[in-house]
Design a protein around this ligand. Structure first.
Ligand code: HEM
Ligand SMILES: *[C@@H]1O[C@H](CO)[C@@H](O)[C@H](O)[C@H]1NC(C)=O
Ligand SMILES: *[C@@H]1O[C@H](CO)[C@@H](O)[C@H](O)[C@H]1NC(C)=O
Length: 530
């Protein structure tokens, strides 16, 4: 008998005696065995895994499949810090049936953001989340080369010339919000209390829509149409990573909203095309003029509409969260409001000069304030790629196998004293020598949507890096810069007694302030009409 045959025989024998031993147990004993089996299996598996020197260490967990979902989901940065202490910068953990390999620190930024196209895939990691919300054929529902072209098309509406036109529109929207929204209602009130987590998402969608989508679609937001964005938004949650298409009422509403919104965008595209009315007003004009892929294939109107949804979504949560955090930190530091107010008065000649694109470039403190806010509150605490080919981790014995995910967290570096002395402190003067919104120096590379920094080993990466780097950085700084400039010139605000900057809630799509996130405001000049 060969060795393998005898091994099989022994296994069969062992199996038979295990089964008969199990059958001899009482029912309650049998139930206990069945109940603990998965735990024993998980522990045995983790033990065997720990013997492998070619795998990053695995964070210990008790509950199969769920793994470390609870500590990671609730407090990701604390979870990372504890794991780093035990295992070092590179470790894996189980998250709802997936294995995530984390690489902390600036080397991790290189490993993940500059991972080779054949090794790591963003679309495989994100498509379940984004495709039901954006629609088919765009962003993570198409090959990477298509996404690179789509980013190039969108950048056409994010030029200096466009920004120059957007500034007065943004100012007008913020003032209109102060006057008319029930949150401020400055036509009737000169002081009040507002929850920034109510006001800032609205201000963000109004300003982004007015500039990127144009006048017609901005006006639709004053109607019942706005609630469709709410329905779409509720379908944009981390649960989609696990169950994208369960027939829940929220998902049905999400799908209906996606269809209705994209149909509305398409109607506007048709109308403009029929009237031969394609100019340079907004992103819709830009995409109508220029959305032919390198290989000659044209984006369909449905795809253009879906891309519009994707771009607006990409900017909505991130910018709304950031301006909310900025308002909250300044409520805590009224001295900084005064410093920022002085800069406004100096650059805008005590109110005799209009706010323009150029004027905004002359306001380093305003930009440093946004930059510092993004340091303390990276909207995206984790970014993922799915591993498509075994990846050797440079200078280690580790191989991250195909099928795992890699996770990178620039937001974690943002909070380390080693990189940012006294990292917990909101200190906009730490950027006195460098007001630029992000690191973008050194050797450049172009993945198809314009030149960006080749290296991504900066500890400060609010906009990511590599081929998936954000294209909305300058727009976000423009939009949030105008919003904050108008705030600082129109209002003073502080916390009610006993209140302070809320802690972050890490469980939604972006790291948001826990609510209520209320500030108490008053007009700088009570009789002023905004
Ligand atoms: C404070 C504001 C924003 C922050 C912090 C931010 C952050 C980021 C980050 C970290 C990424 C990289 C994602 C990854 O590597 O997985 C990204 C990608 C992207 N963002 Fe932004 N973003 C912001 C605003 C915007 C705005 C306003 C737009 C649109 C106008 C936008 C559009 C995009 C797009 C199209 C991508 C590319 C996705 C890809 O290539 O996979 N973002 N953003
Ligand atoms: C389309 O955009 C690309 C990149 O921005 C530009 O080089 C090209 O001239 C544009 N084409 C048209 C027809 O506007
Ligand atoms: C690997 O080690 C070499 C030699 O110490 C070093 O030059 C290189 O930067 C390291 N690479 C990474 C990705 O850590």
């Amino acid at each position: 008998m060969s060795e393998s045959q005898s091994l099989v025989l022994k296994l069969v024998e062992f199996g038979q005696s295990a089964v008969s031993a199990f059958l001899e147990l009482s029912l309650s004993q049998q139930i206990s065995v069945i109940a603990v089996a998965p735990f024993l299996y998980t522990i045995a598996w983790q033990f065997l895994y720990s013997l492998r020197s070619d795998r990053p260490p695995m964070v210990f967990y008790w509950i199969p499949w769920v793994g470390s979902a609870i500590p990671y989901g609730r407090r990701p940065y604390e979870f990372f810090a504890e794991c780093q202490e035990k295992y070092g910068d590179i470790f894996s953990f189980v998250l709802l049936g997936k294995v995530m390999t984390v690489y902390l620190g600036v080397k991790g930024h290189e490993f993940v953001f500059n991972g080779k196209l054949a090794d790591v895939s963003a679309e495989a990691a994100y498509t379940h989340l984004t495709t039901p919300v954006f629609g088919r054929g765009v962003v993570y529902d198409c090959p990477n080369s298509r996404l690179m072209d789509q980013k190039k098309f969108v950048k056409g509406a994010l030029s200096k010339e466009s920004f120059t036109r957007y500034v007065p529109l943004l100012v007008e929207e913020v003032n209109k919000y102060f006057r008319n929204s029930k949150n401020y209602d400055m036509n009737h009130k000169s002081q009040g209390t507002v929850d920034v987590m109510v006001a800032q998402p609205e201000m963000t969608i109004f300003t982004a829509s007015r500039t990127l989508l144009g006048k017609e679609l901005r006006e639709k937001l004053d109607t019942g149409f706005a609630s469709l964005y709410g329905d779409l938004d509720k379908g944009f949650t981390p649960i989609n990573f696990v169950f994208p298409n369960i027939p829940l009422a929220v998902n049905q509403k999400r799908d209906h909203a996606q269809r209705t919104i994209s149909n509305t965008y398409m109607s506007l595209i048709h109308k403009r095309r029929q009237n031969n009315d394609v100019q340079d007003r907004d992103l819709i004009d830009t995409l109508m003029k220029n959305s032919t892929y390198k290989d000659g294939v044209k984006m369909t109107d449905q795809e253009i509409a879906n891309l519009l949804i994707g771009v607006l979504m990409g900017g909505q949560h991130t910018s709304a969260a950031t301006s909310s955090w900025a308002l909250l930190h300044l409520a805590d530091r009224t001295d900084l409001q005064e410093e920022l107010f002085e800069e406004q008065m100096r650059v805008l000649d005590n109110g005799n000069r209009e706010l323009t694109y150029d004027a905004l470039q002359e306001m380093p403190l305003l930009n440093q304030m946004l930059k510092e806010t993004l340091r303390l509150h990276h909207p995206l605490h984790s970014l993922f790629r799915k591993v498509m080919r075994d990846m050797q981790v440079p200078n280690t014995s580790y191989v991250v196998p195909k099928g795992y995910h890699v996770l990178v967290s620039p937001g974690y570096c943002h909070l380390q004293d080693a990189y940012f002395p006294n990292a917990k402190e909101f200190n906009l003067h730490r950027w006195d020598q460098d007001a630029a919104s992000s690191y973008n120096t050194g050797e450049k590379v172009d993945y198809g949507f314009g030149a960006i920094s080749k290296g991504v080993s900066s500890p400060y990466l609010p906009f990511g890096g590599g081929r998936h780097r954000c294209i909305g950085e300058q727009f976000a700084f423009l939009q949030m810069g105008v919003i904050m400039s108008v705030y600082i010139r129109t209002l003073k605000w502080h916390f009610a007694p006993g209140r302070t900057v809320p802690s972050p809630d890490f469980e939604s799509m972006v790291t948001l302030p826990q609510t209520p996130a209320e500030i108490v405001w008053e007009k700088r000049v009570p009789e002023q009409v905004v």
